[in-house]
Structure formats: structure tokens, C-alpha cells
Design a protein around this ligand. Structure first.
Ligand code: AMP
Length: 214
């Protein structure tokens, strides 16, 4: 089964994808996480994408599809694509790649949440280099600024700074939101009310996946 999690940055896709991956043994493919790992390693790819990501723009479709192909090629289980595709060109590229590896998109889950809520969530997001993500309002760490899991100091991602947040929202509206009608016409589209507490959103996802014609 191949699922696409689509929605604004900050709509909760990443958090829910991590939960589903842990609880149901899905492979979690987050292009944002993959790029951040490359940046942390200081690889050539990391150097290429660093400035693009911190300015809130999108990495080129060509680079993204190359990274995705290397992941799809070695996939053994069900997969969640989180934050990918982000353009119609990437969606078309994904179809070709999945076909090459005898897979297909089974369902697209659209995380519906309004723009004001997204700005609030992204502004309150604090990240840890171990991968844990907190929200200073809804999910704060036990000790302010410190990760509960590994004890490291939390930080605000470069692209969660206010000026970059508004750029990312504009980019989403221009380039990513056309995917809503792209997938709706294919009959793969499911709306998830993502403005509710995390466990409620998770239950809706579970129900949606079990009812989808897969
Ligand atoms: P995310 O963690 O998904 O919000 O991604 C962080 C940043 O990585 C985005 O703002 C883009 O700069 C880049 N990125 C992640 N996924 C993609 C993608 N599918 N296409 C283009 N750029 C991406």
C-alpha cells in the first residue's frame, strides 16, 4: 500500500506519518527529513539544497525525483510519502517510478487545517536533532528548551522563522495546492480534519485507510 500525505507545512502530516510508521510498520519517506539528513552530513546534495530550504523555496523536481527513486527502489513494505509530491510534475514522476517498481498510489490523505492555525503551529514548533518535534503550546517538552528523549537543546528550524513561514505558505498555494484537484479527479482523495488533537486525527487516518478501496 502506498499513501501520500498532502497538506500545508505544519498540518501535522509528519507527526501522523511517524505514528503510522511506528504502529503499522509503514516505511516513512519524508523528503524534508531526507534533505535535512543530507545537510547534517554535509554531503554534496546537502550543500546544494541548504540555501533553498532555508529560504522556503522548493528543491527542483529533478533532484527530488532522483532522491525518491533511490528510496522506492529498495522499498520492502507499505509506504507513506510525506511532503512529496509537492508539484504536479513530481506527482507525474512518482506515477512513472511506482509503475517501474510494480507499485501504485493507493490513497491520498489531505490534511485539512486553516492557514492561521498553520502559522501558529509552525511558529511554536521546536525541533531536536534526534528527530523529535515539540510544540511550545500543545506539546511542550518537560523542561523548557530541552528534548525529553535525548536531553539535547531544542532549536527553531531556519524555515520555521516568521519570514520564511509566509514564503512556504505562498509556495504551497502556488505549487502544491493544485495537487488537490489532480488527485481528486483520480478518485484517490480523502480529507482528514487535521485541526483536532493528534490521537483523533490518527483514528480518522486509520479508519480512512481501512475503508479506502485498496
Ligand atoms: P518539510 O519538512 O516537508 O516541510 O520540507 C522542508 C523543505 O524541504 C521544504 O520547504 C522544501 O524546501 C524542501 N522539500 C521537501 N520536500 C520537497 C519536495 N517534495 N519538493 C521540493 N522541495 C521539498
Amino acid at each position: 500500500m502506498n499513501l501520500i500525505f498532502l497538506g500545508y507545512p505544519g498540518s501535522g502530516k509528519g507527526t501522523q506519518a511517524k505514528l503510522l510508521a511506528e504502529r503499522k510498520n509503514f516505511a516513512h519517506i519524508s523528503t524534508g527529513d531526507l534533505f535535512r539528513e543530507e545537510i547534517a552530513k554535509g554531503s554534496e546534495l546537502g550543500k546544494t539544497v541548504k540555501g533553498i530550504i532555508s529560504s522556503g523555496k522548493l528543491v527542483s523536481d529533478q533532484i527530488v525525483l532522483k532522491v525518491i527513486e533511490s528510496k522506492i527502489g529498495s522499498l520492502k513494505n507499505d509506504a507513506i510519502f510525506d511532503g512529496f509530491p509537492r508539484t504536479v510534475e513530481q506527482a507525474e514522476g512518482l506515477e512513472i517510478l511506482l509503475e517501474k517498481y510494480s507499485r501504485k498510489v493507493d490513497a491520498v490523505l489531505f490534511f485539512e487545517v486553516d492557514e492561521k492555525e498553520v502559522i501558529k503551529r509552525l511558529s511554536a514548533r521546536r525541533s531536536c536533532s534526534c528527530g523529535k518535534v515539540y510544540n511550545t503550546i500543545t506539546n511542550p517538552p518537560l523542561k523548557e528548551g530541552i528534548c525529553d528523549s535525548c536531553g539535547a537543546e531544542l532549536f527553531t528550524r531556519e524555515d520555521d522563522k516568521p519570514e520564511v513561514i509566509s514564503k512556504r505558505i505562498d509556495v504551497y498555494k502556488d505549487l502544491t495546492s493544485p495537487l488537490i484537484s489532480y488527485y481528486r479527479t483520480q478518485g484517490l482523495f480523502h480529507i482528514i480534519n487535521a485541526s483536532r488533537p493528534g490521537e483523533e486525527v490518527y483514528s480518522e487516518i486509520e479508519k480512512t485507510i481501512s475503508q479506502a478501496k485498496i
